[in-house]
Design a protein. Structure first.
Length: 188
């Protein structure tokens, strides 16, 4: 199984399309929030076109969305997929994922909640900075921002869930962060 992860598209149609193109082979896509709007920024994201993003996202059948701080109630009126708040808890096989934009509580508090909920992987957004680390057995991922990165590269993540060769009841994860402009894997 392959899972695509994006966050903080902020209404940028060209970067949303680039992200979708890289994630087109994924079985499911997680969007970690801030889908349409750019918030209180002086400059609009490149290719700012929320109506275009609405049209594209409504044609994606395999997407789960966590609500971000720039996502408004009115967004749910135009996006056909549920924008879930504050958490999306989902499971594939034995692996439990908790999605949260990451703005209502500190990262430490969210990590604690993820562990209490039995999550194996916590996926956050909001900071526009890529992260991938393990905290006491919990994998913590932030795919960075597709449209307004604060760490130099527009990005998404791909999670491959792979059965272990000798024991098909056991699963392994491979997580890659990908630069959506070059298609290259980003090393942290």
């Amino acid at each position: 199984m392959k899972i695509g992860v994006m966050s903080d598209t902020h209404g940028s149609l060209p970067y949303f399309e680039k992200a979708l193109d890289l994630l087109k082979d994924c079985d499911v896509i997680f969007h970690i929030g801030d889908v349409l709007y750019h918030g209180p920024r002086n400059d609009l994201p490149e290719g700012y076109n929320p109506k275009g993003v609405i049209e594209k996202i409504n044609n994606v059948d395999n997407i789960l969305i966590a609500r971000g701080n720039c996502d408004a109630d009115v967004d749910q009126m135009v996006i056909k997929h549920p924008i879930q708040s504050p958490y999306v808890l989902t499971q594939f096989g034995e692996i439990r994922f908790l999605l949260n934009h990451g703005y209502l509580e500190s990262k430490e508090e969210i990590i604690k909640k993820a562990k209490n909920m039995g999550a194996d992987v916590l996926i956050l957004g909001h900071t526009h900075v890529k992260e991938l680390f393990i905290d006491d057995g919990l994998i913590v991922l932030n795919p960075g921002s597709t449209s307004i990165p604060k760490d130099g590269s527009h990005s998404v993540a791909v999670i491959d869930i792979i059965p272990v060769e000798d024991n098909h009841d056991e699963l392994d994860l491979n997580i890659d962060l990908i630069d959506i402009n070059t298609g290259e894997i980003i090393e942290l």
